[in-house]
Each structure stands twice: as structure tokens, then as C-alpha cells.
Design a protein around this ligand. Sequence first.
Ligand SMILES: [Zn+2]
Length: 311
Amino acid sequence: MEPIKRQRKESDPVYTIMLIPHKGRGPRSIHFRVSVLKKIGLVCGLLCLLGAGVVLKSSQTVYQAHQEQQELVAYRNEKAAQEQKIGKLLQENEAIEKEMAELSQLEEAVRSELGENTNQPSRSGIDRSQYLGQGGPQTPKVESVDIYAAQNKVLQEKIKDRKMTLDDLLGKLRETNRRKAARPDLWPTSGGTITSYFGGRSDPFGNRSYDWHPGIDIANDYGAPVYASASGTIEEAGWVSGYGRYVRIQHGYGYETAYGHMSEIAVQSGQDVKKGDVIGYVGSSGYSTGPHVHFEVLVNGQVTNPLESLR
Ligand SMILES: [Zn+2]
């Protein structure tokens, strides 16, 4: 047994530290084996590793919390930006609705000019239900912001195009209607009889001569009202040789009308009249054989057959 014990002692040598006080008690010795030292070292090492692990974990937790806080700040910033975008889009949407309302008014004006009933719901062209009178408690989704923005842009472009087209159309229609309104088409008296037509005729006074008649004669009761054949401005109102009491109206677009032989004139030069307004009364003044109105239609200064424009 002796050799084994010696061998163990040799592989696990013992060290001694001597502590020698400078005075007082004698020296003290501390003996320790290398194996014990190793064990103490191992335990210390493990404790150090454990400590390092705890420190690492804590650091990770602190870092993660910091990251999360930063993400939260970024999210809040993003949310605020998106909310701002949504607010702007809603404003744009409101502007589009306003544009659509203007467009609807324009459409009504065009339809009114066309003589359509504007109280009827829109039948063609603009579907107002897409833009007006809709809504709900939901707020737009953040991810839809870009889609809304794109839609708003497309709509605005379409509105712009449509408005220009309608404006143009309305302008043309109004011009056409003004031109149409200037055309004298209302009979200048109620009833009556045509006693003389436009063009060549024999002299009404029985003279053996050829006479050029620049208008038509409509016989009617003495004092029957004479009406403006279209709206316009009185160019001349007074006595004209041959025509007797005479009125000439400027209707615009090259149209003029003249009325002669009246018993009385009811308008003054420069006055505006509407179609159907009384401008005078049937008479026999001037070169006339009986109560009638002599009616002329001039187009660009040239007399034309009134029956071509009368209804
Ligand atoms: Zn005549």
C-alpha cells in the first residue's frame, strides 16, 4: 500500500505558506494541496461565468427595452404622419365634392339651356351618387392612404376635363340659343289676313305699274296690338314717308324687323323689347288702303321673305 500513497502524494503536492510576524507570536504555517486550489479556482470560474451571464442577460433586456421604445416613438411618428395625410386627403375629398357640386350646377345649366327639366335626377353623364351624400362612422385605413391619394388625383383630372368640356358646350349652346332667339318668328299680330305677299306685285292703288313689296301686309282690326317678332332693341320709332308710323327693331345676329302703317307707336328708340311685347297698334297711316301692318324681315341689311322665318 505504501507505493500508491507516495504516488498520490507526488501527483498532488502540498505547498506551505509561512507567516512570520515581526514580533510577538512565532511563525504560522498554512498548508494546502494543489487539488484543493484547483477546485477553488473552478468554483470561482463558474461563479464568474454565472455573473457574466446575468450581466449579459440584463444588458440584452435593457437593449431590447430601448429598441422597443425607439420603435414605439417611430410608430407614433409614422401614425401622426399618416393621420396628417388622411386629414389632407379628407380636405382634398371635400374640395372634390365641391367641384362635383359645381359640375352638377354646370350640368343643370346645360340641361336648362337644352330645355330639359332640371328637377329630374341626372340621367346621363355624371353619377352624383358616387360623390355626394355618402359616409359612415369608419375612418379611412392607414394602408389605404396611397390608394385614396391616387384616386383623388385621377378624379380631379377627370373633373377638370369634364368641366372644360361642359363649359365649352354651354358656351356653344348659349350662342346657338341667342342666335335662335334673334330669329324673328312670332307673328306680329294675333290672327289677321295676309293681303299682300313679299316680292313683285301690281300697284295696290290700281296704277298700271309694277311694284316691289319688301314685306308682307297683314290686315287686322284697327287698333289691334302689334307685337315684336323677336327680342331686341328699338332702332327707330316714328313717322317715315310711305310707311306712316314705323318701328324698326335690331335683334342681333344680322336680324332686323320693321313694322309700318300703325295707328299708334308704343315704344321709343333705344328701348329693349322682348319677343311678344306690344310695340304699337294696327292702323292705316302712310301709303295704305286699309288697316293692316306692313311687316319686313331684314337679314344682314337685305329684305327677305318674312314667311321664311315666321312660325
Ligand atoms: Zn306693305
